[in-house]
Design a protein around this ligand. Structure first.
Ligand code: FAD
Length: 415
């Protein structure tokens, strides 16, 4: 019989398992996929932004839900501790713009492999292709789990401690399909409604199809909810079949998704020329026009100002055909162009589903989990770690740190 069973070999589960084993516990780690850390391997566009090196207060400001609850786990095992651990495990790290920490190799799998090696060296037994189906309890205490083994047979393993580290429901192909919510619910826990976060936003802009494949760098983006400014961001914005994405769109998506769920009116206003005020932009346009022949097309003027995919949408918005001569452009149309360049409006009508969401917002209610131990307040011996909890954060390495900190604390099996 093992001292502890950990369910899920993701960032949180691997950290919890290695921690428990390091403290001398015998640990069984059950993973339903054929290998560990499938999600870690695709993080940070394959580079894995494993944490963020900002000071604690700044870090906390990026945790969107239950930051207070999380602060205890973070104090126990913070971003510095994560950096030290991976360096001790032989992974060289670099700190990049925005204090984001990456493996120097640029390979996310180095992080996943380091965690698996850490578990193996500490003596964790890992069973792959093994799906836990039920947490067994008696008189308010856990006594084991039922699982389906690699051959498809139902089995039972008795144990006094079970750590649920099954992740959320985003990118379900990586194995996180929400099983932890089902377990939590069966144990009497409240599960806060789950919804995609850090997910592409869908616009009803009539020219959206022209924009697919476009990547805008250094744009200013304002998120309006019911015509009130909610937040302002600066950076990269991309357009694809999935919707409006890129770092800026993902950052504002957390608020946008909640507003859409509440059926509120959401729009993004994009400043395509944030470095130029309207007057400077007007001068620039006049200068460009002065250098052009009168029989050149409006499209050619626009090409000097914006990327190719934006030419037709902008011309349509200005209501001046892209194949019309610039000599025909009136002052009113130039003013309209300036207004659009400084604030192109994208009505947001939907968001991309969990398949494309970086994280899941919502999850196991933190009021029913002991923040000093990660133990359930409903069932003795059950612990939660990682994205299964109702904690989520911005992009920038914060979400993996949440998994590492809560995994570390849960793995200590404090009573
Ligand atoms: C595309 C993408 C990029 C990201 N990039 C970053 C980034 O750069 N930086 C960052 O901080 N965060 C990033 N994130 C978020 C981050 O990856 C997650 O928040 C984090 O991995 C969550 O870890 P976890 O261990 O809680 O869950 P997961 O990593 O989802 O692990 C859960 C594990 O549990 C297993 N499991 C589930 N149910 C069962 C069951 N019944 N029985 C057995 N096993 C089960 C799953 O197969 C899975 O292996 C990214 C996410 C995505 C999708």
């Amino acid at each position: 019989m093992y001292d502890v069973i950990v369910i899920g070999a993701g960032a949180a589960g691997l950290m919890a398992a290695a921690t428990a084993a390091h403290a001398g516990r015998s640990v069984l780690l059950l993973e339903k996929m054929e290998k560990a850390g499938r999600k870690i391997r695709i993080t940070g566009k394959g580079r894995c932004n494993l944490t963020n090196a900002r000071p604690a207060e700044e870090f906390a400001a990026h945790v969107r839900t239950n930051a207070d609850f999380f602060s205890v786990a973070f104090a126990e095992f913070n971003n510095r501790a994560t950096i030290r651990l991976f360096e001790r495990l032989g992974v060289k790290l670099d700190i990049e713009r925005g204090e984001r920490v990456f493996p120097r190799s640029g390979k996310a799998w180095d992080i996943a492999n380091a965690l698996v090696d850490y578990c193996t060296e500490e003596g964790v037994r890992i069973e792959y292709n093994t799906r836990v189906t039920e947490i067994l309890t008696l008189a308010g205490k856990v006594y084991g789990v039922n699982y389906v083994n690699r051959r498809g047979f139902q089995r039972k393993e008795e144990c006094d401690n079970v750590i649920i580290a099954t992740g959320g429901v985003s990118y379900p192909a990586t194995g996180s399909t929400g099983d932890g919510y089902m377990f939590a619910d069966a144990l009497g826990h409240t599960v806060e409604p789950v919804r995609p976060s850090l997910t592409p936003l869908r616009t009803s802009h009539p020219q959206r199809e022209y924009l697919n494949g476009l990547l805008l760098k250094n744009v200013g983006v304002k998120l309006y909810i019911d015509n009130e400014l909610r937040c302002e961001e600066f950076g990269e914005l991309g357009f694809s079949e999935r919707g409006i994405e890129g770092a800026v769109a993902l950052r504002v998506s957390r608020d946008a998704v909640d507003a859409l769920i509440e059926e509120r009116h959401v729009k993004l206003v994009v400043d395509l020329k944030p470095a130029l005020d309207a007057d400077t932009l007007r001068e620039r346009i006049r200068r460009e026009m002065a250098d052009m022949r009168p029989d050149e097309f409006f499209a050619e003027l626009l090409r000097k100002l914006v990327p190719r995919n934006m030419v037709v949408p902008l011309a349509k918005e200005v209501d001046f055909h892209s194949k019309s001569y610039i000599s025909k452009l009136t002052d009113t149309e130039i003013e309209r162009l300036i207004k659009i360049l400084k604030g192109m409006v994208f009505p947001i009508v939907d968001y991309a589903p969990f398949e494309y969401a970086v994280v899941t917002a919502g999850g196991v209610n933190c009021d029913e989990v002991n923040r000093y131990t990660m133990e359930s307040t409903k069932v003795k011996g059950v612990y939660f770690a990682g994205e299964v909890l109702d904690i989520d954060a911005n992009t920038g390495g914060y979400n993996l740190q949440i998994a590492f900190s809560t995994g570390r604390l849960a793995g200590q099996l404090k009573k």
